[in-house]
Design a protein around this ligand. Structure first.
Ligand code: GLU
Length: 270
């Protein structure tokens, strides 16, 4: 059974970039009679809010996206690194990103738990972008020094236990995919297929976020947009004719790489 998932992070309002990824995820399953799951990714206890998650559910429904089941929210689940080759690391993010961390071979017994990712490039097929040969980059942190599980661990364990076969998400996560694949392999878990949809950028060239408030679904609704207005704007960015979601047939190989610049001022007029 093809199973896809909508995986919002409830720390900010959904914007057009989220809608693009969720629309593609929904179509990739529904077009072939597959299942769609909703998974609230609320691991960031400091920023995640129940009210935002509830609003995101409502906005997804408003967009016409439905799901067969909601998985337990990540904040309620257990995550173990058992079976994963790991090491402890006491470096802060800045040191890690500068490549100045020497913890991999230091034999530390405290600190964040990082994945000892096997060296070498990872070859995989992205259903939109074709064959990819990418280095995994820095060893991801799986558990913070405080003991909190981190996204790279949670996404792999959850996709496996939720039976997700298709990961469809924004291209900002393309670079994280090689290490995620290696983690699936380290745990002998099935590796899902991947489809990364184009990133939407603001006119400042940055990924859509809170600072581009008028591309938020709430702002568009308040400005009189209907769900069809959203899909008429977004479906061409997936290589599909403008129109409603129900009639759309996703063709992964036609999804462009992007990115696309979205002018917040221009989009508020449906
Ligand atoms: N929760 C992530 C987000 O909102 C998505 C993670 C994923 O699709 O793997 O960007």
């Amino acid at each position: 059974m093809i199973t896809s998932r909508l995986a919002p992070t409830p720390s900010g309002q959904l914007h057009l970039g989220n809608a693009l990824a969720f629309g593609a995820a929904w179509l990739s399953a529904r077009n072939v009679g597959g299942r769609v799951l909703l998974r609230i990714e609320d691991l960031d206890r400091g920023r995640a809010r129940h009210e935002i998650a509830q609003r995101q559910r409502e906005e997804l429904q408003w967009l016409g996206l439905d799901w067969d089941a909601e998985t337990p929210a990540q904040s309620t689940r257990q995550y173990s690194t058992e079976g994963v080759p790991t090491y402890r690391c006491t470096c802060n993010r800045k040191t890690r990103l500068a490549g100045a961390c020497a913890c991999r071979d230091a034999g530390l017994t405290a600190g964040a738990v990082r994945f000892r990712c096997p060296p070498g490039e990872v070859c995989f097929g992205d259903r939109a972008r074709g064959p990819q040969v990418l280095a995994p980059g820095d060893d991801p942190v799986l558990v913070s020094a405080d003991g909190d599980p981190a996204y790279p661990l949670a996404v792999v364990l959850d996709d496996a236990r939720d039976g997700v076969t298709e990961v469809v998400r924004g291209a900002d996560l393309l670079d994280a995919t090689p290490a995620q694949i290696r983690l699936h392999e380290a745990l002998s878990l099935p590796v899902p297929t991947y489809l990364h949809v184009p990133l939407l950028l603001g006119p400042d060239g940055r990924k859509l976020s809170k600072s581009h408030g008028s591309t938020e679904l709430g702002a568009l609704r308040a400005a009189g947009w209907s769900p069809d207005d959203v899909w008429t704007t977004l479906l061409p960015l997936l290589g599909l004719p403008a129109g409603g979601l129900r009639d759309a047939r996703l063709e992964p190989s036609r999804v462009p790489c992007g990115p696309f610049v979205i002018d917040a001022n221009a989009v508020v007029q449906p």
